[in-house]
Write a protein of this length. Structure first.
Length: 1011
């Protein structure tokens, strides 16, 4: 009231001053004068002086708001209804309803309405697009033209009474009509020639709509009406026009109605007094109108619209249960069949490879003579081997011996051309020619000192896979199986063929048996050159002799070249060697025929005492320091020479197959070299030699360098090179083409079967993944059961998807150990040419990663999706599963990549965990994309969580409308709006899916070319 009185006072004073100045009467300032206000009003009516027109203030009786607008008691201005402006609300406005209080007042005959709006005062929408600015950001509006009032309805009507139209001629009669649901009021304006003549206000209104088969009728019934003319307008006192001002003010009281029919496509405005006037003057019952109605609404507010019921997910639940049951049943049957098949015993009869199949091992085979000289090898400047030379022909065995640290293994690696960190030099010849590494490795095999076998396979399966992958393509499967059985019989492991290899914590075969299995994997292919690093390590004397004896048979019968390192062999094993290379501190003490060894050392004054193992004697000799004595031999268990006649292990070998009988001739030859077995047995009982001659390695090496034995090897190498250069028919490949092994597809099938067999025989990891997926799916389904389509439901979806991805992401860390446990196996098999790298990793991915990374998300999705009540559409559900599977595969491939790149398991786990955490940070939930510093937004492109999280949300929420009820209002928010608020791209679904697929394929491609 204070502000109101102050406004009145200011207005009075200012206007009084103007009037006083004009009239020259100081009495006007005397507010006690009875004539003061009359004089003031007269001054306003006279509109003088021109330089200061009267100030409009609706708080003063002289000023009045048109359209029955409310007068603002704080500023004296009229609060005009939509579509009207000016000081007194008598002027129509332009633009659109979206302009709010800032609509321009019409200054010409016509209004310039905004696009999508029409009417005399631009209140009528024509398109849905025009309503969008009136909706919350991101929500589309609907231009409803049904006529029923929802919030505030606007109508633009043309008067269709014929007599009225004819009477007014070129001046078109029109009506604007608006109603408000909130206060049950309506406003009516009558226009002639686009100029308002009179207006009416209606209150206590009721709005209804009658729906019929043939027509719909919309009715507004209002109890009270009041009307008022605008002075000096048509029908209201304009020159040449009738004046109905008093009629409108005194007679029009109500009730009034506004009725529109869809069938007749006309509207009627009725009021008793108005109807009487129209009937008397124009002959019609009421004012008839052709109206265009509109109101901007959200589509859910349109009358007659019922929000669709949430689709039933019963079918999806039933389908999920059926699919899960079928999948589980298939898995159980596959495991049962695999276990049943693996448990089937293989019948064993007489074992001997048919001659025609055995000949296939020799197809296109060229015997290989290995010669080398001046071999030097150093690591970081330290000399490990110094000018080593030697020679071994097909059908012979070269034994490399020496004390620990003499350089045996280093020389073996150099000769086998294994990848090394040091620097090597020297001359290496195969059949007198230099051969490149690729050709060389294709015809050699290497048996490492340490066993690397798959613990879940049986002995038979382990050797069989080696045979199937490496034997000639032309050999039948049955012949390859027979070759495996024959090899096992040769090594005396036929009785354990169905035993699992085993590992620490899992019962399996003994260490010695594992050694023989490792040898069998290489023997089964009968390679041109076979390298063995300590093949008798871990074996007892009987089995050690058995192994070397069979190697000798392999060399003689199949014309193969065999090179091995061996540490202090028994004398009966020494007798089986053809060539002998003795190392000491990286230097050659002796390299040449074993038959010449005894005479050579006698010739230089270091003859082996009769009855003692020359191998032990010479090794002790190389270890002796100048001026110091040491025992010539160790105790009788190692130093005594064993009889070499037929009595050697003969009785124990009667049960072995026919192939062992070929070794009799080998024993006879060895006896001829070393003397009769009985004599040797007698001399073995001599007293030990107490002292060794004083010598040094350098002295022994110099003796050898100038010896005839060394010269013979050098001459043989020179002759081989000379023969090759003189041979005009020389082939570019000294080893021949060799036989063809199986192709890439066959390799993949075999490796896939082995990988799957390894997986289901160690079921704990597999079952744990499945159990966790199913149990957590049930828990999440219970916690998020029948999630709602509102903002809390959106929050629930955010949390659910985030939890699912976190579960699968961190569970893939188990992939770090998938390759770590098989790294040594893979490295050795690849080095020996078992298969291509790409074949191994593709089989690993499909038949190891897939069961662990594809089935768990499918199980979880089948349970969670229907229980939570996510969108029950088959297409969306399929995309949901696709995203989970691709994410799991991508995460597993990352962990596999880390596990391969980092050999230390602890560091690999740390790096894998950090990658998952950083990827999780940029998923989009913890950190909004739009808030990430511009310099770091590129990091999000490396986040697999971001791809999957955004794809899941876009797939589920984009076309979902979320309803939120607050303060009595029901707000429908499109899912796309919320996604954009959280920084997600609603159009990025397939972009993210492709990103996950590229992530997975890129890592698999890297693994395929890993070396």
């Amino acid at each position: 009231m204070i502000l109101r009185n102050l406004g009145v006072l200011v207005t009075l004073l200012s206007c009084s001053a103007i009037t006083a100045a004009r009239l020259g009467s100081p009495d006007l300032f005397d507010v006690t004068s009875s004539s003061h206000f009359n004089t003031l009003y007269q001054a306003f009516d006279d509109r003088q002086p021109d330089q200061c027109p009267p100030c409009f203030n609706c708080l003063l009786p002289a000023f009045k708001c048109k359209q029955y607008a409310q007068c603002n008691e704080y500023n004296g201005a009229c609060d005009c209804p939509p579509g009207f402006g000016g000081d007194d609300c008598s002027s129509p406005t332009c633009g659109s309803l979206a302009d709010g209080k800032h609509r321009p007042v019409r200054t010409s005959e016509d209004c310039a309405c905004s696009e999508g709006w029409s009417g005399l005062n631009c209140n009528v929408c024509e398109t849905d697009f025009a309503c969008n600015p009136l909706m919350p950001e991101g929500i589309n509006g609907t231009c409803y033209k049904g006529g029923l009032v929802v919030h505030e309805n606007f109508q633009m009507c043309d008067v269709t009474n014929r007599k009225i139209v004819d009477q007014l001629k070129e001046k078109t009669p029109q009506v604007t009509f608006s109603c408000r649901e909130e206060d049950k009021t309506c406003n009516f304006q009558f226009w002639v020639g686009k100029v308002e003549s009179f207006y009416c206000g209606l209150d206590s209104c009721e709005f209804s709509q009658t729906l019929g088969y043939e027509q719909n009728t919309t009715t507004y019934n209002c109890k009270n009406i009041r009307c008022e003319c605008i002075p000096d307008r048509m029908l209201c006192g304009e020159s040449g026009s009738i004046d109905i001002s008093d009629f409108l003010t005194e007679e029009i009281k109500g009730p009034g109605s506004f009725t529109c029919s869809s069938k007749e496509k006309t509207c009627r405005f009725e009021e008793p007094a108005m109807n009487e006037l129209i009937s008397d003057v124009f002959g019609d019952k009421s004012i008839t109108l052709d109206c265009n109605s509109s109101e901007c609404l959200h589509y859910s507010e349109v009358p007659g619209y019922t929000k669709p019921k949430r689709p039933s997910n019963t079918g999806l639940v039933a389908g999920s249960i059926a699919g899960g049951a079928v999948l589980l049943l298939g898995l159980v049957l596959a495991l049962w069949f695999a276990l049943r098949r693996s448990g089937t015993a293989t019948s064993v009869g007489p074992i001997h490879l048919p001659d025609d199949e055995a000949s296939k091992l020799m197809t296109n085979h060229t015997p290989a003579t290995l010669q080398f000289r001046d071999v030097t090898y150093s690591i970081n400047g330290k000399l490990v081997l110094n000018k080593v030379q030697g020679s071994v022909r097909p059908g012979e065995i070269l034994a490399i011996m020496g004390a620990s640290g003499a350089g045996k293994t280093s020389l073996m690696d150099v000769l086998a051309r294994k990848k090394q960190t040091g620097t090597r030099s020297g001359e290496f010849l195969i059949n007198g020619q230099i051969v490149d590494d690729e050709v060389y490795r294709a015809v050699v095999s290497f048996v490492d000192q340490e066993d690397a076998l798959m613990p879940t396979l049986t002995v038979y399966e382990t050797i069989l896979y080696s045979a199937l992958l490496r034997l000639p393509r032309e050999m039948s499967y049955g012949s390859k199986e027979m070759r495996v059985m024959e090899t096992m019989a040769e090594l005396g492991i036929l009785s354990i063929k169905d035993s699992l290899i085993g590992q620490e914590g899992q019962r399996g075969i003994s260490g010695g048996e594992k050694r023989r299995v490792s040898i069998a994997c290489e023997l089964v292919t009968s390679p041109s050159i076979l390298f063995l690093d300590e093949p008798t390590s871990g074996l007892d004397s009987f089995n050690a002799f058995n192994v070397v004896e069979c190697l000798t048979n392999l060399a003689r019968e199949y014309n193969r070249t065999i090179v091995m390192t061996i540490h202090q062999p028994r004398s009966n094993i020494v007798a089986l060697f053809d060539q002998w290379l003795l190392l000491a501190k990286g230097q050659v003490v002796y390299s040449g025929p074993l038959a010449s060894c005894h005479g050579y050392f006698e010739g230089i004054g270091y003859g082996c005492p009769p009855g003692y193992n020359i191998a032990d004697y010479l090794i002790d000799l190389t270890m002796a320091k100048p001026g110091r004595s040491s025992s010539a031999v160790s105790d009788s268990g190692h130093g005594s020479i064993s009889p070499l006649g037929h009595t050697s292990s003969r009785g124990a070998n009667d049960h072995l197959p026919h192939t062992l009988q070929h070794c009799d001739s080998i024993r006879d030859e060895a006896a001829a070299v070393w003397g009769n077995g009985r004599e040797a047995q007698k001399t073995s009982r001599r007293d030990p030699v107490d002292d060794l001659p004083s010598t040094s390695v350098e002295e022994l090496s110099q003796h050898y360098i100038v010896s005839d034995v060394a010269r013979q090897i050098t001459d043989a190498i020179d002759n081989s090179r000379s023969d090759v250069s003189d041979n005009s028919q020389q082939l570019s490949d000294p080893l021949g083409s060799g036989f063809k092994r199986i192709g890439w597809i066959s390799q993949f099938i075999l490796l896939a079967g082995r990988t799957f067999k390894n997986l289901y025989r160690n079921p704990m990891l597999l079952l744990t993944h499945y159990a966790i997926a199913i149990m957590l799916a049930l828990l999440c389904g219970y916690l998020f059961y029948n999630i709602s389509n509102d903002l809390p439901g959106f929050q629930g979806r955010l949390g659910l998807f985030f939890f699912i991805l976190s579960l699968f992401g961190f569970s893939t860390l188990t992939s770090l150990n998938v390759f770590a446990t098989e790294r040594t196996i893979f490295m050795r098999e690849r080095a020996n040419g078992y298969y291509a790298t790409s074949t191994y990793f593709l089989a690993k991915v499909i038949f190891d990663i897939v069961p662990l990374r594809v089935l768990p998300p499918i199980f979880m999705g089948l349970i969670i999706y229907p229980m939570v009540g996510l969108l029950p559409e088959v297409g969306i559900f399929a995309k949901f599963l696709l995203i989970l599977v691709l994410f799991n595969l991508a995460a597993a491939s990352v962990c596999l990549f880390i596990g391969i790149s980092i050999r230390d398991t602890g560091i690999a786990n740390l790096v894998g965990s950090l990658f998952m955490l950083f990827s999780l940070l940029f998923a989009g939930l913890l950190l909004n994309h739009d808030k990430i510093p511009s310099g770091l937004q590129w990091v999000q492109t490396f986040s697999i969580f971001h791809y999957a999280y955004e794809a899941l949300l876009v797939n589920e929420v984009t076309y979902l409308t979320l309803t939120e009820k607050k303060f009595g209002l029901s707000i429908d928010v499109p899912g796309a709006t919320i996604l954009s608020t959280f920084g997600f791209n609603a159009q990025a679904l397939w972009k993210d899916v492709i990103g996950l697929a590229v992530y997975f394929c890129r890592n698999v491609r890297f693994l395929s070319f890993y070396h």
